[in-house]
Design a binder for this molecule. Structure first.
Ligand code: MTE
Length: 316
């Protein structure tokens, strides 16, 4: 299914375009492209990361102000590395996300163990600027580098019994110190209905800001589902399983009253402990009024049909 690319472990920061140059260039591209897509050449250089500033920008991208690299990499939820927002950046420093493989199992024809670098199909890599809206009531806008989840899943040839897909994070107490505490059911698991997973919006992210994904953001590969609360976007994935029945999810197992399977961003359905009508935008002044949360995080036009006839108060 995939074209092998070589990942060099030794990309110097000096080889990567400085972020201000990168951002200006990306802005320029967005302005001049006028909605048309530039496709990556498909011919990979060994120093593949150098190409990232030239990636096309997904047409689904947000036009809102992008958060700083610092905000995105120092205010994180990654309980495997601790429960405070600063813990992941501190505690994941020595985590080594290579070598890395993903086990694919369940209702599909192409089960097996796949090296992560087999997944990185050059022609599929794009930049996706998505707002991550956390159920805790804050959000930020992140320029991810990734590829279509749907395209990857189709490559495993799911069969007619595959109604859901389940994702699992690495379980490794020696390198993920947060797993020594029983704050959550480990390993972290998440799931999507197949029609949600096959929608063009969700991505597998392998980078952000034109660089390899930092450990605290879920290196080497994580899910991003832009119309759902951040907890669906599971990090550091080692297993993908196609199932006939709805899989359990970590937050639902931990507190079923507060966290459902769907977790669609919905300002009309409050979390039992806090309202979901507004959100604080990370990086903005504390005095600035909060932003009104949008239905499906702004993607109602694209995804509302997936839930036709469903009571979203019941299926939260
Ligand atoms: N994935 C794992 N494995 N462990 C986690 O604790 N936290 C989730 C999600 N994915 C989490 C996870 C939550 S609650 C949020 S809001 C997002 O990751 C945060 O992603 P970010 O730190 O890259 O902004």
């Amino acid at each position: 299914m995939a074209v092998m690319i070589k990942v060099t472990d030794t990309i110097k920061s000096s080889e990567i375009t400085p972020k201000d140059v990168y951002l200006n260039r990306r802005k320029f591209m967005q302005q001049t492209m006028a909605g048309s897509l530039l496709f990556a050449s498909g011919a990979w250089l060994p120093a593949w990361a150098k190409q990232w500033p030239d990636l096309s920008v997904s047409t689904y991208s947000s036009h809102d102000k992008i958060n700083s690299f610092k905000d995105i990499t120092s205010y994180n939820n990654f309980y495997e590395f601790g429960t405070s927002k600063q813990d992941p950046a501190r505690q994941a420093k020595s985590f080594n996300p290579r070598p890395w493989s993903i086990r694919v199992s369940g209702e599909c024809d192409k089960t097996g163990d796949y090296d992560i670098d087999d997944f990185l199909k050059p022609v599929g890599l794009q930049e996706y600027i998505y707002r991550l809206r956390c159920v805790e009531g804050w959000s930020m806008v992140i320029p991810w580098v990734g590829f279509s989840l749907a395209e990857m899943l189709k490559g495993f040839q799911p069969n007619s019994k595959a109604k859901y897909v389940e994702f699992t994070t690495l379980l490794d107490k020696s390198h993920m110190p947060g797993q020594k505490r029983r704050v959550l059911h480990w390993p972290y698991v998440e799931g999507l209905r197949m029609d949600e997973a096959l929608h063009p919006l969700p991505i597998m992210a392998v980078g952000l800001y034109g660089e390899l994904l930092p450990n605290q953001n879920g290196a080497p590969i994580r899910l991003i589902v832009p119309w759902k609360y951040g907890f669906k976007s599971i990090k550091s994935i080692v297993k993908i399983r196609f199932t006939e029945t709805q899989p359990e999810t970590t937050w639902h197992m931990t507190n079923p009253r507060e966290y459902g399977f769907y977790a669609n961003v919905n300002p009309h359905v409050d979390h039992p402990r806090w309202s979901q009508k507004k959100e604080r935008v990370i990086g903005e002044s504390f005095w600035k009024p909060k932003r009104a949360t949008q239905m499906f995080n702004g993607y109602a036009e694209q995804v509302a049909h997936l839930y036709t006839g469903m009571d979203l108060k019941k299926y939260f």
